[in-house]
Design a binder for this molecule. Structure first.
Ligand SMILES: [Zn+2]
Length: 453
């Protein structure tokens, strides 16, 4: 199947910047714009020039210093906005004026207080004016997904005729469902005269957590530009997340046979830079670039990962620029992961020795959640010291120093952690160390597999 090229329109610096806590000054926007250029986006929406002097300067600075991508500036459908946008954009190698006007009855009645006919004329006149400055004009009917479809198609036809080169369909309030949004794009494509001359674009918000799904549905229906933001920042619940859209296409080309110009190994560095600039970090479980997106703690997952990463990773961390997968050592970890970390720290253990380290490790992990290398080193040291004092085969109490660092002096029966995962029941009185180590060995492989399922 032929692979269509999707243009990635990044609005981190405009819609994204409008989200609480994410505003950026001129220098910060410029730094971010250079990284977006490295990332390979096709369009950088650098700001809303009439909104403030700072925004104007930022669009001007980005226009003057970033050559490859198209630089867009936002404008309402009125003369002062469009003129101001052009003033900020005119030094760009590839400038684009992005004009928007709300089209839904709810916005026309309560916000703009104009009729549908007035709306259509205003949109058409605004595009005509923008076109006198710039060949590349994008038009967005704000709140398109709550706009009467017949009216929307008529208005889009008028702006195409006026010279718009991109029609962006925003789900401004994050209200659409994927199938419905895809259908809307199809309808526009079928009914708007002259549509074959322009690019259809999608701009989805995440109020129902569907921004990426809606964007992909729009692309499947014929949209060839997608508007999105790094880390999914944007008004309210945010915009469609750039990294998720790009990787969805890359991981599932069988269903989404599209290419973008994005260099995926720049995704993580770009996300990190944005967090550093804004001071707003993403949640740990954020897809693609969250701290835990490539972290594995559950024992069976860690074991599988160490044998072959394909068992639990649908993409490599390197493909999105994350330095490496993280095996987090916690109470769900198995022996295999523990042994690997010990090896990385310079220790290799016999099976029996490892069992003892592992026993202590589980007790500790239960109390402190994540076992850091320093804890592990301490644990190894104490286990070795004790092994020298106690005859082989005897499993003693948890050493005092470790127990103290775990915040409690209590110990657990040596066999306690086997009671859940082991298929064979343990003797009820396995409180101290009656469990022969040979029995532990016999079941340990199985234990590694069951633990954390
Ligand atoms: Zn938006």
């Amino acid at each position: 199947m032929e692979r269509a090229r999707i243009r990635v329109f990044d609005t981190t610096l405009r819609d994204g910047e409008q989200s609480p806590g994410c505003s950026m000054n001129v220098r910060e926007k410029l730094r971010m714009a250079h990284q977006l250029d490295r990332l390979g986006v096709d369009v950088i929406e650098a700001g809303f020039p009439i909104a403030s002097d700072g925004d104007f300067e930022a669009v001007q600075a980005v226009s003057a210093s970033i050559q490859r991508p198209v630089i867009a500036g936002l404008a309402r459908a009125c003369t002062p906005d469009i003129e101001r946008a052009w003033q900020a954009l005119k030094s760009a190698s590839h400038p684009r004026i992005h004009v928007f006007l709300a089209t839904s009855d709810i916005h026309l009645t309560y916000k703009l207080r104009i009729s549908r006919q007035q709306c259509l004329e205003q949109a058409r006149d605004a595009v005509r004016l923008a076109k006198t400055f710039c060949q590349d004009v994008e038009f967005s009917p704000e709140d398109a997904t709550r706009t009467d479809t017949d009216f929307l198609c008529r208005l889009l036809e008028a702006v195409v005729e006026a010279g718009a080169t991109t029609l962006n369909i925003p789900d401004t309030v994050g209200y659409a469902m994927p199938a419905e949004f895809g259908q809307l794009i199809e309808t526009i494509q079928r009914r708007v005269r002259g549509i074959e001359r322009v690019t259809i674009s999608a701009h989805c918000h995440d109020d129902l957590g569907l921004a990426v799904a809606n964007s992909l549905a729009a692309i499947a229906a014929g949209a060839r530009q997608v508007e999105c933001a790094i880390n999914g920042i944007g008004e309210r619940a945010g915009n469609a997340s750039l990294e998720e859209i790009v990787m969805a296409m890359r991981v599932r080309p069988d269903l989404h046979p599209y290419d973008t110009g994005v260099l995926s190994d720049q995704l993580y560095p770009t996300s990190k830079l944005l967090s550093e600039i804004t001071g707003v970090s993403v949640q740990p479980n954020k897809a693609i670039i969250g701290r835990n997106a490539f972290a594995h703690e559950a024992g069976i997952h860690q074991d599988g990962m160490l044998k072959n990463p394909l068992t639990y990773e649908i993409m490599t961390p390197q493909s999105v620029g994350v330095p490496d997968s993280t095996l987090v050592l916690g109470k769900h970890s198995g022996r295999h992961a523990l042994a690997l970390r010990c090896e990385q720290l310079g220790y290799q253990f016999e099976r029996r020795e490892l069992d003892e380290i592992y026993r202590r490790f589980v007790i500790l992990a239960d109390k402190i959640k994540t076992v850091e290398d320093r804890h592990l080193l301490e644990l190894i040291r104490e286990a070795r010291e004790q092994a020298q004092r106690i005859p082989p085969g005897h499993v003693g109490e948890l050493p005092l120093a470790i127990a103290a660092s775990a915040g409690a002096g209590q110990t657990r029966p040596s066999g306690a952690y086997f009671s859940k995962p082991l298929a064979a029941p343990l003797p009820a009185d396995s409180k101290t160390c009656e469990l022969p180590l040979s029995k532990v060995e016999q079941h340990s492989e199985q234990e590694d597999y069951l633990w954390g399922v």
